[in-house]
Every structure is written in structure tokens, then in C-alpha cells.
Design a protein around this ligand. Structure first.
Ligand code: PEP
Length: 252
């Protein structure tokens, strides 16, 4: 049975003081939630402070990106070696990294494998643009993005996949849960073709794109969707906790 995961992507928001306050508010409101894993992914500079706030709560910590080299002349980059031991998860291949910062399928693949080599759990984001969606190319795009990461690789100890249609991120236009379930089923089939059915059945596949406390239950009711990657709504502590509570309360 795959454990549900609700991960917060704070993106480029919150200075140290704001991050500490937001994490503290989440900690206070969340209390002990059963059956759902929760992770907060603040900006790099806030990781230490948020880690301190979350100590002994069971809420996990994640970073929002990572470079693929261990060390060297890579000004501005953060290596997996620096994150090892600091956090559990690292988001890789988010559409904002792909489209604004030029991450490619190849660099995303290198980042995923570098993260895994340093015992980090990659949250691999994949998803089609509006143009690709409207021209019925979703399956082709997801296959290309996934294959780049998984081909020529043994199964990783742990990986989470986040299916995030680009047109649903930050737009308020969330995708239909039934349609997401079908797409996620296709993603799992691709995983099974590459890594075998048993491994594929153990990999959590999240949905991301304008998730809020009012629509999360619709996704969690779907048998193939194992949680959500939450952007905008994760910046409001009570709203984020309500997403977690609704997830815990939803029967599958
Ligand atoms: C995201 O940043 O991964 C995301 C899904 O954002 P939002 O929830 O704001 O659409």
C-alpha cells in the first residue's frame, strides 16, 4: 500500500523570518496526522531554519532543485552532497526549472541520479504544456520525459513522480481528477515497462496543479493518485493543513 504524500513547494517565497513563521504555523496546526506523509520544500536558504522547526514532528523536508555535480566551479549551484542529511526529498524537473531556467530532459535525468546517489528521494516532475495538451501529445511528452530519466538505469531505491500539467500550475485551472487518474495509470504502465510491475506499483505518483482544500479529495479518491505537490496553496498554513486533513479523511 503506497503511503499518501502531500508536499509543499514554496517556490521563491519566504525569507528566513517568514519561512520560520510559516513552518511553525504548519507544525502547530497539523498536530499528529495519521496515514499521510507531509513534506515542506522551502528555498535553499531556509532549509536549516525549517528543519529546526520541524524537528521531531515527522514532517519531512525537501529542497526545490539540485545540481548534478558534487563540487567545483559551478557558481550559484547547490550539490546533492550539500543536501545529503539535510533533507529527505528534492524536487527535480519542475516546469518552472524546465521553462525558465532551461533544464532539459538530460539535465533533469542527471539531477535525479545524482540526488539518488546521495540518498535523496527525487520528486520528479513531468507534465505537458497547454499546446501539447490541446494537440493530444500528453502521452508522448510524458514518455519522453520519463524515459530520459529511467532508461539504462536500475530502479532507484526510492523516487516519487509528480504529474503536473503545466497549464494547471498556478492558474486555478485544475485538471479533472478522472482524467488525471487515467494519465497517472499510463505513467505507471511506463514505469512498469522500464522497471517491472512490482517496482512500478510501489512508486508514488502525485498530482500537481492548482490543488486546494476544496478539490484535493477528488484526486485522493482516485486509486492511482498518491497525493499532491502543492504550490500556491502551501503558502497559507491553514489552507495547506486543510489539504492534509482532507487527504487523511478521504476514503480510497
Ligand atoms: C507547483 O508549483 O508544483 C504547483 C503545483 O503549483 P500550484 O499548486 O500553485 O499550481
Amino acid at each position: 500500500m503506497r503511503k499518501l504524500l502531500i508536499a509543499a513547494n514554496w517556490k521563491m517565497n519566504c525569507n528566513l523570518e517568514e519561512a520560520t513563521a510559516l513552518a511553525t504555523a504548519v507544525r502547530e496546526s497539523l498536530g499528529a496526522v495519521v496515514g499521510v506523509e507531509v513534506a515542506l520544500c522551502p528555498p535553499f536558504v531556509d532549509l536549516q531554519a525549517v528543519k529546526a522547526v520541524l524537528a521531531e514532528t515527522g514532517v519531512q523536508l525537501g529542497a526545490q532543485d539540485v545540481f548534478y555535480e558534487d563540487a567545483g566551479a559551478f557558481t550559484g549551484a547547490i550539490s546533492p552532497r550539500m543536501l545529503q542529511g539535510l533533507c529527505k526529498y528534492v524536487i527535480v524537473g519542475h516546469s518552472e526549472r524546465r521553462h525558465i531556467f532551461g533544464d532539459t530532459d538530460e539535465s533533469v535525468a542527471r539531477k535525479v541520479h545524482a540526488a539518488a546517489r546521495h540518498s535523496l528521494v527525487p520528486i520528479l516532475c513531468i507534465g505537458e504544456t497547454l499546446d501539447e495538451f490541446e494537440s493530444a501529445r500528453t502521452a508522448e511528452v510524458l514518455q519522453r520525459q520519463l524515459t530520459a530519466v529511467l532508461r539504462d538505469s536500475d530502479p532507484l531505491p526510492e523516487i516519487v513522480v509528480a504529474y503536473e500539467p503545466v497549464w494547471a500550475i498556478g492558474t486555478g485551472k485544475s485538471a479533472e481528477p478522472e482524467a488525471v487518474n487515467l494519465t497517472v495509470t499510463e505513467v505507471r504502465t511506463l514505469l512498469a515497462e522500464m522497471w517491472g510491475l512490482e517496482v512500478a506499483n510501489g512508486i508514488r505518483i502525485l498530482y500537481g496543479g492548482s490543488v486546494n482544500s476544496g478539490n484535493i479529495a477528488g484526486y485522493i479518491r482516485q486509486p492511482e493518485i498518491d497525493g499532491a505537490l502543492v504550490g500556491g496553496a502551501s503558502l497559507r498554513a491553514q489552507e495547506f493543513c486543510d489539504i492534509v486533513f482532507a487527504t487523511a479523511a478521504t476514503r480510497r
